[in-house]
Design a binder for this molecule. Structure first.
Ligand SMILES: *Cc1c(COP(=O)(O)O)cnc(C)c1O
Length: 398
């Protein structure tokens, strides 16, 4: 029967192409970094999650290589059969130390951490109270659980409170939120969320993928930024962004929770062990974070330079204390065209960034989302600002 099915898919694909929703992939011709090669041309990269600039850091690459030589390529096993090495235990323990949690369990990705955290912990007598704009992996993970689901309006604490009241007959409750939401760089107010959790007897889970390693005074993430490290029960996060950018994720928190996940979490039990070279590289990343304050300092300097520079030029920039810098075009007639057109012209100027428009963001909220990295030099930030000035004037954005 494939003929008819394939034809249906071809029609659907044509349709998303016509709507301009087809996702093209641009080929990198160099390692990830502040400067990358695309289309035979060197450009400055302002759209990677390479916040601490560690994706191609020689120390990290070297640690991966040394682990590869010592431990081989893969483990060909899940953790509980014959896929656990001392490196896995050490990495779990060092992540716990870094975050100030009791224990940590590794996954192949944060997508899996979120996919495997709700179903084993929360049955039909429990309630999951989740922010409307939480990451896709949380939405999917919540779907797999038998628990009742309550969705509150994005960051709306009054609405969250009313949902907690609605869920008051559940045996257990958990509030679930991204630590920082990546489209708007807006942090979840974890102090208020923890206060509500205390008032209504709820646990708290934070997905800190866009914060671990670089948000908060020492980079411990949004719980550190809000001073609630000991009040958050579960943190999920990724090794695929600031922490080296390869692959891997984890769930960290109360020790009984992590112990239970090791027994029951399906992406952990039925999916392969994280390769040793990733563990070795991630251990080196954590060593760098402990001993070398420079990446974090450079990132914090760069995000301020970029954000304040764009503001000074007259751009409509969201202000958060974060490396994500959304540049909006909401006062312009066709914001989507402006975001798209500017991103294309900026690439011609050697600045690689992405324009987001409907349906990725709500209608009328098209933007270019820049991401600062510790890898950028001051001179590179200046080049980005000069290009924004030139292209912004050309498009009438400033
Ligand atoms: C990127 C991201 C993930 C997925 O991380 P992977 O490790 O790449 O699977 C999950 N949650 C949030 C909030 C993210 O930003």
């Amino acid at each position: 029967m494939y003929g008819k099915f394939g034809e249906t898919l071809r029609k659907e694909l044509d349709s998303i192409r016509e709507q301009g929703l087809y996702k093209e992939e641009r080929l990198l011709e160099s390692p990830q970094g502040a400067e990358i090669k695309v289309g035979g041309k060197k450009v400055l990269n302002f759209c990677a999650n390479n916040y601490l600039g560690l994706a191609s850091d020689p120390r990290v690459v070297d640690a991966a290589r040394q682990t590869l030589d010592k431990w081989g390529y893969g483990l060909s096993s899940v953790r509980f059969i014959c896929g656990t090495t001392d490196l896995h235990k050490q990495l779990e323990s060092e992540i716990s130390d870094f975050l100030g949690t009791e224990d940590t369990i590794l996954y192949a990705a944060a997508f899996d951490a979120n996919g495997g955290v709700f179903e084993p912990l929360l049955d039909k007598n429990s309630a999951i109270i989740t922010d409307q704009l939480n990451h896709a992996s949380i939405i999917d993970g919540v779907r797999l659980a038998k628990a009742r689901r309550f969705i509150y309006d994005h960051l709306d604490m009054n609405h969250l409170e009313s949902k907690l009241r609605e869920a008051s007959d559940a045996e257990f409750r958990i509030i679930v939120t991204d630590g920082v939401f990546s489209m708007d760089c807006d942090p979840a107010p974890l102090n208020d969320i923890c206060d509500l959790a205390d008032k209504y007897q709820s646990m708290v889970l934070v997905d800190d993928s866009h914060a671990t390693g670089f948000v908060g005074p020492t980079g411990r993430g949004t719980p550190e930024a809000f001073g609630v490290t000991d009040r958050v029960d579960i943190v999920t996060s990724t090794l695929g962004k600031a922490l080296g950018g390869a692959l891997g994720g984890f769930t960290s928190g109360r020790k009984e929770i992590v112990e239970w996940l090791r027994q029951k979490s399906r992406p952990y039990l039925f999916s392969n062990s994280v390769p040793p070279m990733i563990c070795g590289a991630a251990l080196e990343v954590l060593r760098i974070l402990r001993e070398d304050p420079e990446p974090l300092q450079r990132l914090k300097r760069n995000q301020v330079l970029l954000r304040e520079g764009l503001k000074d030029l007259g751009f409509d920039v969201t202000s958060c204390d974060h490396a994500i810098i959304p540049v909006h075009f909401r006062n312009h007639e066709n914001d989507a065209l402006m975001a798209q057109g500017m991103a294309n012209d900026l690439l011609e100027e050697g600045i690689y960034c992405i324009g987001f428009s409907f349906p990725v963001v709500p209608r009328g909220q098209a933007r270019i989302r820049l991401q600062a990295s510790a890898a950028h030099t001051v001179e590179q930030i200046d080049r980005c600002l000069a290009a924004f000035a030139k292209i912004g004037r050309k498009h009438g954005a400033i």
